[in-house]
Design a protein around this ligand. Sequence first.
Ligand SMILES: [Zn+2]
Length: 493
Amino acid sequence: MHLYQNQHLKVYNSLSGKKEDFKPLNEGHIGMYVCGPTVYSNVHLGNCRTFMSFDMIFRYFKHLGYKVRYVRNITDAGHLENDAETGEDKIAKKARLEQLEPMEVVQRYTLDFHTILEKFNFLPPSIEPTATGHIIEQIEIIKTILNKGLAYEINGSVYFDVEKFNKTNEYGKLSGRKLEDMISNTRELAAQDEKRNPQDFALWKKAEPQHIMRWPSPWGDGFPGWHLECTAMSTKYLGETFDIHGGGMDLKFPHHECEIAQAEACNGHAPVNYWLHANMLTLNGKKMAKSTGNNILPHEIFSGENEILSKAYSPSAVRFFMMQAHYNSILDLSDEALLASEKGFHKLMEAWENLAKLPTATVSSFDVAAWKQKCYDAMNDDFNTPILIAHLFEAVKHINLIKESKESITEKDLEVLKGAMNDFIFDILGLENKTATALDNGKLSDVIGLLIQLRNDARANKDFATSDKIREQLETMGIQLKDGKDGTTFSLS
Ligand SMILES: [Zn+2]
């Protein structure tokens, strides 16, 4: 018996605009594809939020007992500066500016991407394919679409014929756009544009002589269009139809719309049953953008080296902050919001540690089984992590009352509570409790113990300047001291 047989999961499908019952194509198995990063710069915090949402979804599916094949690609060619397929290839441009081989750029930023995701405690996907590793598959798809008469070749480039496709299929159904409206808004074709229609998109682009990333093809040397790689890789690893396709909200149009068109043109049916989109992250109420300076990189948050936040925040505190919002809604990052989340996260970790020391009794004063099901209900309702976290804090309240002997719990219920807290906090939300003992073989713990002792000595001598200095300096390093009736303890953020 698998957990998924008892839990009734609903997901919000961007394609229908509704919450739908989730039914995988093959019982017990899930195929999920998520559009990965274009590796030409350090990973953006907003992208981290998108990938974190799908990491949480992946974790929940696994927890429910599904066998999940999770494919998240790396875009290492074909993504042009301007999504409307003009301008330079993003990676080729960076390579030119920094005088590197394009693959050096790809290597550098793929490594950065993996390092940051590891800090955030992501699970690796099952397959992480690259666009350049699938040029042959992409060329085969172009040939098929050409054979079906839904693409045309011109001057060594191949374009998808959106208008013709729209006669038999519905282009724009995911993003809720109508081709007629798009056409009337863009009557004018740019003079240099060789496309029949501004809505047509490139499947293959001819490489100009100076273009460094190029491959041979039946249409001459060139490179694939950006949308094509995802169709090639998702079909190769998940089949012509698969369960879930995810990505950032900004990819809905044109990227995902074009993926649907390519797959339908090739196979004659829809590629994906459930389209899931993660929403964006803003910073201090405004869109994040390098150009305006309203931008922060993950490593700048972890180190505290930035001009936007008052202090450093740990990856788990940031992860907890992100999990406090539903993946589908816009989330605003600010110092106040992070401070509040960090505080909440410490409270949760403290309760988690207290769980090991709780006394048991012959009766429980709260219904642990009902509480546990409420946690599942929250996750089953389109992965509603903020509601789940609210339920976790309900448990925190009970844990603290039991600790103070104002409430009670049986041994059996305590085991259930511990198990569920462990599942939801660590396995599903992916948070980590970095206690000092886990770090540095306990040496850090000894050093902080010494500082606590020095601080106590200073206080005994009424040298409050020194005692305050010790506490404050530790705090800037992300170490919080807490004075209680059993002495001073510390926690790491
Ligand atoms: Zn994609």
